[in-house]
Design a protein around this ligand. Structure first.
Ligand code: PMP
Length: 453
């Protein structure tokens, strides 16, 4: 009997085959749409990542509301994926939907500012403590542009990222540590530039490595999530950021914090909740309640330096920005979302639900004698096939098990419970009900009945 992480491989695989057959039998319409999709869409889907779910054909969606999702076959799901954070506050939050409906007939984009942009920037400054903002369409863009500003402002050519990070499709950051050496991420498609010439990589939670990587004074910025969320969750050691910030400052580098996922930690993100003081800060995904919008902020000093850098450059293309960025509709949606949805009250509900789920999972694993751990980061939590919480990207990556993830995710999906296809992250919205959490814990227990060694 082959056993991995306490799971009997044969049992898990046999169960998974059964689940695949069950999915196909219950999803005739998704199957038909998947077949139709193959004619004119790569992989049959409009974004090839949508092919990464554990389902044997694409799961086509008819409608999504709050924390519930209905598929093309009329089956309902409790959605713990929430568009991988884009819909963190629930699908189509009523105030955002109303703002979009109100503004939709009054001009969608004009490449001119409106008053909503001012309100949004003022509110972002109040929450996140940054002095000045720029808007983009995606967190990927925000990170890409923030890196450009950081290099322009400092005159330094290098950046530093943490091993196992993800910051969107930003070429500069796809550098991994392989046997102690920086290497371009092996899975990149069509990337031809020598990424390691301008990007350094260190392990998270290793202060000595950080200091060594910044020592020559060539690093413009350290781009980091305050807690890693994309290779499984990795929390900072107690006191890590205090010391890391001091090192970054001493070496004359900037701290660019990517709060795209850690906005789950509160209305001002992880930085506000834990007293970090970044030089640049990126927000994305749920900022406009699910409409494409993102923002990046500058500290007061850097806002001055950025404007000086632009004024000092020859007139012409800056290479920063896209035409539809900061469009009217996105600004209206951000305003409604910040004013009425991303509220203290809603965060309180989300934290309470996430705490309940994390505790339920811990109890489940303890009762079954499984050495798996559960990490919570505000409104999101994650289970990992690891006996203790990983301290860096290498450890977290080593504990990942794609095969079991697919088995568990499909089992849950067949029971009306949707979780993010990449790793094991579960996200709470203000409308995630206790009953959904109880169902998830029961369904997980059932899978363990079927597959545990
Ligand atoms: N930063 C982080 C931390 C992310 O997790 C992601 C996406 N998963 C991004 C940036 C990029 O977001 P988007 O794909 O919306 O550009």
């Amino acid at each position: 009997m082959a056993v991995r992480h306490g799971i009997d491989l044969d049992k898990a695989r046999a169960w998974h085959e059964r689940e695949i057959r069950g999915f196909l039998a219950r999803h005739p319409r998704s199957l038909a749409l998947s077949e139709r999709g193959r004619a004119h869409l790569l992989f049959g889907v409009p974004l090839h990542w949508m092919d990464d779910w554990p389902t044997p054909c694409s799961l086509f969606i008819a409608e999504a509301r709050d924390a519930a999702l209905t598929d093309a076959d009329g089956l309902e799901y409790v959605d713990f994926c929430l568009g991988d954070t884009g819909a963190m506050f629930g699908h189509s939050p009523a105030p955002v939907a109303a703002a979009i409906a109100r503004e939709a007939a009054r001009g969608l984009t004009a490449m001119l500012p409106g008053e909503d942009a001012l309100w949004v920037a003022e509110e972002l400054s109040r929450r996140f403590g940054m002095a000045a903002w720029q808007f983009t369409l995606s967190a990927s863009d925000a990170n890409r542009f923030a890196i450009r500003w950081a290099r322009a402002m400092t005159g330094r050519d290098q950046i530093l990222v943490f091993n196992g990070c993800y910051h969107g499709t930003v070429d500069d950051v796809f550098v991994d540590l392989v046997d102690g050496a920086a290497r371009p991420r092996a899975s990149l498609l069509g990337q031809v530039y020598p990424l390691t010439e301008h990007t350094r990589v260190a392990e998270f939670n290793d202060l000595a490595a950080l200091d060594a990587a910044l020592a020559d004074g060539r690093v413009a910025c350290v781009l980091a999530e305050p807690a890693m969320t994309n290779i499984g969750m990795v929390l900072p050691d107690p006191g890590y950021w205090e010391q890391a910030q001091a090192i970054i400052r001493r070496r004359g580098s900037l701290l660019l914090l990517d709060e795209t996922h850690t906005i789950s930690c509160g209305p001002g993100g992880y930085a506000a909740a834990h007293g970090l003081a970044p030089d640049l800060l990126v927000l994305g995904k749920p900022l406009a309640g699910g409409l494409p919008a993102a923002a990046y902020g500058f500290s007061a000093e850097l806002a001055q330096r950025a404007q000086q850098a632009k004024r000092a450059a020859p007139p012409g293309h800056s290479g920063i920005g896209t035409t539809l960025s900061a469009n009217r509709l996105a600004c209206a949606a951000m305003r409604a979302n910040l004013a009425e949805v991303m509220t203290e009250d809603n965060y309180r509900i989300m934290f309470e639900r996430a705490g309940r789920l994390a505790q339920g999972l811990r109890e489940l694993f303890a009762r079954r004698g499984l050495p798996w751990c559960v990490t919570q980061l505000g409104a999101r939590c994650e289970f990992q096939f690891a006996p203790r919480p990983p301290r860096n990207g290498s450890e977290a990556g080593a504990w990942q098990d794609e095969e079991f993830e697919r088995c568990i995710h499909l089992h849950l999906l067949n029971r009306g419970l949707l979780i993010t296809p990449f790793h094991n992250m579960l996200l709470m919205s203000p409308s995630t009900a206790e009953a959904g959490i109880a169902r998830l814990l029961q369904a997980f227990d059932d899978w363990l009945d079927a597959a545990q060694a």
